[in-house]
Design a protein around this ligand. Structure first.
Ligand SMILES: C[S@@+](CC[C@H](N)C(=O)[O-])C[C@H]1O[C@@H](n2cnc3c(N)ncnc32)[C@H](O)[C@@H]1O
Length: 274
């Protein structure tokens, strides 16, 4: 079974069985949607009227919050059960959203340059290659549009188990090809899903060569100093599970051979050098 079929089934099962990731936005979160979505101040002061693509983010959280903030929301997901939560929640709250059932590496039904913001929670681990995902996002986002994405860090996916001293053992090779093997340590892995390790050069470098400049990069801290060793917060003291980036689409067309971005002149290949 290929990664799409397998992950569709796995996520349908997770959604139907109350996964933490299938938790819909609460009334309190909906009262302050932008603050809930954006602890870092990466979003504009208002998203009202903007076209937002919530990519691989079914489950009734991101899409509902953006819609509460007045955005025109399209949510893409591979799992019908996750999308059902978005539709149910939108109906219950009297919001209008569009749901699209597809894989993040095939957005062919979405038009070029049609979104101001693309927001993608942790999900690139479910596809074998990041290249087509970044290419599709680069195509559908407008010039100067924002792409916020979060990814599993490769080092976290390399942990195979703990030894008798509760030390974390790297048992998966960095240059692992193909689906990740099953491991004893199942923290930050979803049951039944087919997952892939993407190296930092693919996650960060791949974004830079797909038409984006990175404006900020964070490693959400999951360390907890008040928990038992068995808790994932203990693991978080040693290994960062995620990396989150704010990137901006470089303008496609320019009046001359250079363009301004983040205060720097960028050289366009094929044009005279700076
Ligand atoms: C960790 S959940 C993220 C959604 C959640 N709302 C959140 O708050 O983080 C990952 C999502 O990716 C979706 N997914 C997995 N593989 C996918 C693919 N190839 N294309 C699109 N979505 C996919 C899953 O169905 C799931 O909804």
């Amino acid at each position: 079974m290929d990664y799409r079929n397998n992950n569709q089934q796995a996520w349908n099962h997770l959604a139907d069985n109350g996964s933490l990731f299938a938790r819909v936005a609460t009334d309190e979160e909906c009262r302050q949607p932008l603050r809930t979505l954006d602890g870092r101040g990466w979003l504009p002061a208002s998203v009202a009227g903007l076209n937002v693509l919530c990519l691989a983010s079914g489950g009734g959280w991101q899409a509902i919050l953006y819609a509460c903030a007045g955005a025109n929301v399209t949510v893409v997901d591979l799992s019908e059960s996750m999308l059902k939560l978005d539709n149910q929640e939108a109906k219950r709250r009297g919001l209008k959203i569009q749901t699209v059932h597809t894989s993040m590496d095939d957005l062919s039904m979405l038009g070029d340059e049609s979104f101001d913001i693309v927001h993608q929670p942790v999900s690139t681990c479910y596809v074998p290659s990041l290249k087509p995902v970044y290419a599709e996002v680069s195509r559908v986002v407008r010039d100067h549009g924002i792409y916020i994405s979060q990814h599993k860090q490769p080092v976290s996916l390399q942990i195979s188990h703990r030894n008798e001293r509760h030390q974390f053992v790297i048992g998966v090779e960095y240059y692992q090809e193909g689906p990740l093997p099953k491991q004893q340590d199942t923290s930050y892995r979803e049951k039944g899903a087919t997952e892939y390790l993407h190296r930092m050069e693919e996650i960060v470098g791949g974004l830079c060569v797909s038409g984006f400049v990175i404006e900020d990069l964070r490693e959400p801290k999951r360390a907890d100093y008040n928990v038992e060793v068995s808790h994932f917060g203990y693991r978080g003291r040693f290994v960062p599970p995620y990396v989150r980036m704010k990137a901006r689409r470089v303008a496609r067309k320019t009046s001359d051979s250079t363009q301004e971005s983040a205060g720097f002149k960028i050289w366009i290949p094929g044009s005279p050098g700076l």
